[in-house]
Design a binder for this molecule. Structure first.
Ligand code: FO1
Length: 333
């Protein structure tokens, strides 16, 4: 992207499924080539020796129209022969060995992505380069940029009353989300390695015409991106051009554990709770119609508040939300 294109570009801070659905609609109303997606990589994990970057892959597969629509992750028309074949080894695995993990489902076609990413990493390519190659392979025109090329891992500390593990035990995000089906209470969330990691996309943030915080989990999807050195400062500097979409509707998360996690970490699970988290960095919050009664309280935090349908049931609904989101910033110009 040259300087002129950057000034017409939209940057989206993205997690997984909610962000991907928003991006599918944005692609209808804004040129994909002028869209940069800054993606959370705190969820990344290594299993079977393979580097897996779930949010990057969810965004790419969705934009390539290859995502499994029911699950919201992985590929459509997937087969699971490799996963089934792992069962042979789980019974011989010695105690203490983590070989042949079968709790994280990797489809046969999806495995090709992890093979490619891992091989390219072993050749010395960085995460930005590899993500671009994966996007190109899937003919995705948006710039898909991992939040950093360095390793940052989201760590979830289990709460006192947690049944799945010892109180205070720290586990990886995917263990929390997939292994324990996010059915365990959380005491804290931290991002290992974030202090020394260099963020990507700061120049895109500085030059974009609009910055959208997608309807993703504010703590574990947008949180890691914001925790990188300089990202919040860049957002604050450009606050007039930053709009966030609440992932909480009627007090509940559309998908995933965001509502419970917000409560467990002392936030309010509502669009107002989301507004409090974003008011420093975003001038505008998009909330759903069912939350209209929160508008005045959100405005009292110094944010503009736009009420619309935020449920992205199909591409048309996502595109309408994307249009409203971009239009909302015009009031600040
Ligand atoms: N989510 C699940 O709930 N169960 C899985 O077995 C699972 C496997 C998986 C494999 C590849 C991939 O790219 C994503 C996968 N996800 C799975 C989704 C993923 O763990 C979460 O949606 C994100 O990390 C949260 O944004």
């Amino acid at each position: 992207m040259d300087t002129d294109e950057k000034s017409k570009s939209v940057v989206v801070l993205a997690g997984g499924v909610g962000a991907a659905r928003f991006l599918r609609g944005l692609a209808v109303v804004h040129p994909p080539k002028l869209t940069t997606v800054l993606v959370n990589t705190g969820d990344d994990t290594v299993l079977h020796g393979l580097t897996i970057s779930p949010d990057i892959d969810t965004v790419i597969y969705t934009l390539a129209k290859a995502i499994d629509p029911q699950r919201g992750w992985g590929l459509t028309n997937e087969s699971w022969r490799a996963m089934e074949s792992l069962q042979r080894f789980t019974k011989v695995r010695p105690v203490g060995s983590t070989a042949a993990p079968d709790w994280f489902n990797l489809g046969d076609q999806d495995l090709a992505t992890h093979f490619y990413r891992t091989a390219r990493r072993n050749e010395g390519a960085d995460a930005t380069q590899i993500s671009q190659e994966l996007a190109d392979a899937w003919s995705v025109d948006q710039q898909i940029v991992p939040m950093t090329n360095h390793e940052v891992s989201t760590v979830v500390e289990l709460a006192e009353n947690c049944a799945a593990g010892k109180a205070g035990e720290k586990i990886s995000f995917q263990e929390y989300f997939v292994k324990h089906k996010h059915a365990v209470a959380v005491r804290s969330v931290s991002f290992n390695g974030v202090e020394s990691a260099k963020p990507n996309g700061l120049s895109n943030l500085a030059e974009a015409k609009a910055i959208v915080i997608a309807p993703s989990n504010p703590i574990v999807s947008i949180g890691p991106i914001r925790a990188l050195q300089g990202v919040d400062d860049a957002l604050i500097k450009n606050r007039d051009r930053v709009v966030a979409i609440s992932p909480i509707v009627g007090g509940q998360a559309i998908k995933g554990p965001a509502d419970r996690m917000l409560r467990e970490l002392g936030h309010e699970s509502s669009a107002l709770g989301v507004a409090r988290i974003y008011s420093k960095v975003a001038s505008t919050l998009i909330i759903d119609r069912v939350d209209v009664e929160l508008k005045t309280q959100i405005e009292s935090l110094g944010m503009r508040c736009v009420v619309t349908n935020t449920i992205m049931s199909d591409v048309e609904a996502s595109a309408a939300l994307a249009t409203t989101t971009l239009e909302s910033l015009k009031a600040n110009q």
